[in-house]
Design a protein around this ligand. Structure first.
Ligand code: NAP
Ligand code: GDD
Length: 344
């Protein structure tokens, strides 16, 4: 039986990836922090918690990580654990750097020092590494686009990405840093904007009437579904040659457009009104304020536009997303409705 080790297994992507690999008959080992034991709800939701072999450890603890890799001898390693919230990285840059970069170096070093050249390694790169490179021309980003990160998070991921390429080229390791654009799902963390919008608007519609507070409504993202994106991770490690592919839908929407789509699907009639530098959104049907912008949610430095080009992934590893923005939103809404026991 083939074995896969997944760090960050209790995160959004870790849970979906474990589900996918179990279906492909892999034995799954999942690294988690000891403090995370009560945060296994995603694995419980997918009904796979009891099929995971958990390993407790900290990502930046080299010796522990090395012992586990030598003990398990996995065929595949997916390093998904990270401090993944961009806004938090402005307040805690050192921690973000240590977890997101030093941990990758630890795994690469472990593979090199122990000559584990048969293990295939994937680490989670990100579209945040490009920063505002596409600028006013609003170019589609591909594998050749230069990286100009505009957040400590983005910078930590560029360092990890470059180290992965360096180890691949210098020592012949099968190591890939997948350049994934934003991907969401019902199991998305609640601090991220899509989940925040969907969860709050469903609550406003059916239970609590708490106004939603958001930051920049005009930044644009290329949003896909996590289920499609974990498939790309798997395909990258199954391919003959390691390569850092861009994974994206090629479509972009603003936060305002995402909010409006969700609101309309739930039967609101959203009207936006400027209030100085801030904005409010009123539901025309009830004349009630449903959203306000707040300075608290604006970023120190904003990445304002992301749109990817995944032609290379389509050609070389046969990856193509099944979800679009509407089916993604429908999936997220339906999860929240079920969670709140709403009969449609
Ligand atoms: P997520 O839901 O935030 O999950 C992050 C995981 O990392 C959690 O399991 C978390 O465990 C774990 N982790 C954090 N710090 C750790 C530490 N010190 N030691 C061990 N584990 C630790 O993130 P995601 O959305 O699944 O994303 C997966 C990866 O892809 C991340 O590396 C992210 O940066 C990257 N990425 C995500 C996207 C996206 O749109 N989702 C796009 C591009 C790249 P706890 O429960 O203990 O915190
Ligand atoms: N989180 C959040 N909360 N974002 C808001 C809010 C809010 O209240 N209001 C507006 N936004 C805007 C942010 O300023 C940003 O422009 C956009 O919504 C998306 O924010 P997030 O959902 O937090 O995602 P992100 O793009 O910063 O980062 C995600 O995608 C990256 C890939 O590009 C994360 O998953 C990263 O880990 C990932 O690498």
């Amino acid at each position: 039986m083939k074995k896969a080790l997944i760090t960050g297994i209790n995160g959004q992507d870790g849970a979906y990836l474990a589900n996918l690999l179990l279906k492909k008959n892999y034995k799954i080992y999942g690294l988690i922090r000891r403090g995370s034991t009560n945060r296994l709800y995603r694995l419980e939701y997918l009904n796979i918690k009891d099929r995971i072999n958990f390993i407790y450890g900290e990502l930046n603890e080299f010796q522990n990580l090395q012992n586990e890799i030598l003990r398990i001898k996995p065929d595949l390693i997916f390093n998904l654990a990270a401090q993944s919230f961009v806004k938090y990285s402005f307040d805690n840059p050192t921690y973000t750097y240590e977890i997101n970069c030093v941990s990758v170096l630890n795994i690469l070093e472990c593979l090199r020092r122990n000559k584990l050249f048969k293990i295939k390694f994937y680490t989670a790169g990100t579209s945040e590494m490009f920063g505002n490179i596409s600028g006013k021309k609003k170019l589609k980003i591909d594998e050749k686009t230069p990286m100009q990160p505009c957040s400590p998070y983005g910078n930590s991921k560029v360092a990890a990405h470059n180290l992965t390429s360096i180890y691949r080229e210098s020592y012949g390791l099968f190591a890939c840093s997948g350049i994934l654009f934003n991907h969401e799902s019902p199991l998305r963390g609640e601090e991220f904007v899509t989940k925040k919008i969907v969860k709050n608007l469903v609550e406003q519609k059916y239970s609590k009437k708490t106004i939603l507070y958001l930051g920049n409504l005009d930044s644009k993202r290329d949003w896909g579904h996590a289920e499609d994106y974990v498939e790309a991770m798997y395909l990258m490690l199954k391919s003959k040659k390691p390569f850092n592919y861009v994974i994206s839908t090629g479509k972009t929407y603003s936060v305002r457009e995402f909010f409006t789509k969700v609101a309309v699907k739930l039967g609101f009639e959203p009207i936006f009104k400027k209030k100085g530098k801030l904005e409010v959104c009123i539901d025309k049907k009830t004349n009630r304020i449903i959203m306000k912008t707040s300075k608290k949610y604006f970023r120190e430095n904003e990445l304002s536009y992301l749109k990817g080009n995944s032609i290379m992934a389509k050609k070389k590893i046969g990856w193509k997303p099944k979800f679009n923005i509407d089916t993604l939103i429908d999936d997220m809404i339906s999860y929240e409705l079920k969670n709140q026991n709403v009969q449609k």
